[in-house]
Design a protein around this ligand. Structure first.
Ligand SMILES: Nc1ncnc2c1ncn2[C@@H]1O[C@H](COP(=O)(O)OP(=O)(O)OP(=O)(O)O)[C@@H](O)[C@H]1O
Length: 380
């Protein structure tokens, strides 16, 4: 059987989206700007992740695209089709948007078997969109083959494992051949091992089908592994949007550096500049760092450097060049594929991550080297 499911091309464009909620706090009524002037676009066939901590507005943004929330302002379009526009007075109801959705709770129908769960949205079609029984079965079976559940078509849906139920929910979203797929934390109900496997599987499916996708998660590892583009959100706004490597290697704010991955944040002051390299004075010592923007001498900054980019070597350093600090091993943690050392430099603690074959004992003297190309300067 063909495992092809046709998916129409869809470029998502969101412009100036605002959504507020009233929240009562005691006597006073507060307005929460859950989505605060969000603009983003997703190219056809790409997967964009909305990433951020609880309450930053990811789900509300997704629900506005789905048509489940009524935005105060902005525009949402998929391809040429405007789904919502405050200025043009357009507001398509959710059931006319034709988008595929999978949410945290898969909401499979327990009284139906697997095939019926998938074919239900097709059977509900009326008028000129109505399909014959044969077409419905064929399309449902094609969607089940895509998620590799075709051999379980007649099994009661409740007899599926968590991972299989997740794939069933996905097949049900794909059977409508949506131009856009919306996924809100679809893996969060699965245990850690299965979640990791499903990450790859979801990504493979999404890429093979070429379906434009918006994925919501607060899990940065998931976002880094799955996305073509990540939009990091905080307080209803997009803080930074870019490819996973860009977001990880070139965070533009303290928030992004801290939220995505583990990092050391070291406060200091710009001492001098040489090309795009700056020398920064900190209470612990001097560092050389880079910045894409212009910074004046004396500017207060934060240096962000990932633990795996700091080199640790035995004994005291023979140089006092910027980016070489002496310290003492305060603690270490074996992580299986790596070992973390916490290194005291005065009263500051630097986290480093090395190959597990490298081990320093507690209280031993070491020196740290911070390569300038891995030290990012952020506004203080
Ligand atoms: N129906 C509602 N009524 C009032 N406030 C709401 C409502 N829905 C969301 N909010 C508020 O809007 C803000 C954004 O919520 P949202 O659910 O979009 O965040 P989120 O990033 O998806 O968080 P989580 O990961 O916890 O789901 C939060 O402050 C939340 O309390």
């Amino acid at each position: 059987m063909s495992t092809q499911v046709t998916v129409k091309d869809g470029r998502l464009a969101v412009e100036g989206l605002v959504k507020t909620f009233k929240s009562s706090k005691g006597e006073a009524e507060d307005v929460v700007r859950a989505v605060d002037d969000v603009s983003l676009s997703v190219e056809p066939g790409r997967l964009l992740t909305l990433l951020g901590p609880s309450g930053c507005g990811k789900t509300t943004t997704l629900r506005c695209v789905a048509g489940l929330e009524h935005p105060n302002q902005g525009e949402i379009a998929v391809g040429e089709r405007v789904l919502f526009s405050s200025s043009k007075g357009v507001r398509l109801p959710a059931n006319q948007r034709g988008l595929g959705m999978v949410f945290q709770s898969y909401a499979i129908w327990p009284h139906m078997n697997v095939r019926k769960n998938v074919s239900f949205p097709l059977r509900a079609r009326r008028g000129k969109d109505r399909l014959s029984r044969k077409e419905i079965t064929e399309r449902a079976d094609r969607a089940l083959a895509v998620v590799q559940l075709d051999h379980l078509a007649t099994r009661p849906a409740t007899d599926l494992s968590g991972g299989q139920q997740q794939r069933l929910a996905l097949a049900r979203a794909l059977v409508m051949q949506p131009p856009l797929l919306l996924l809100d934390e679809p893996l969060s109900n699965l245990d850690a091992k299965l979640r990791e496997d499903m990450r790859f599987e979801l990504k493979r499916l999404q890429r093979d089908l070429g379906v434009t996708t918006v994925y919501v998660t607060h899990d940065q590892v998931e976002a880094l592994a799955m996305s073509d583009v990540i939009a990091v959100m905080s307080n209803g706004k997009v803080e930074q949007m870019g490819r996973p490597t860009d977001i990880y290697n070139n965070p533009r704010s303290r928030f992004v550096a801290d939220f995505v991955g583990t990092t050391n944040l070291i406060a200091g002051e710009v001492e001098s500049r040489e090309g795009d390299r700056y020398v920064v004075t900190t209470p612990q010592g001097r560092l050389a760092a880079r910045s894409p923007g212009d910074l004046a001498t004396g500017a207060q900054v934060i240096v962000s450097v990932r633990p795996e980019h700091i080199q640790v070597a035995e004994g005291e350093a023979s140089t006092s060049a910027p980016g070489v600090w002496n310290g003492t091993i305060a603690n270490r943690a074996f992580l299986g594929d790596a070992v973390d050392h916490l290194v005291s430099v005065g009263d500051f603690t630097v986290r480093t991550r090395c190959n597990p074959s490298i081990r320093f004992s507690r209280d031993s003297a070491v020196h740290l080297t911070f390569p300038s190309e891995h030290c990012s300067l952020l506004p203080a």
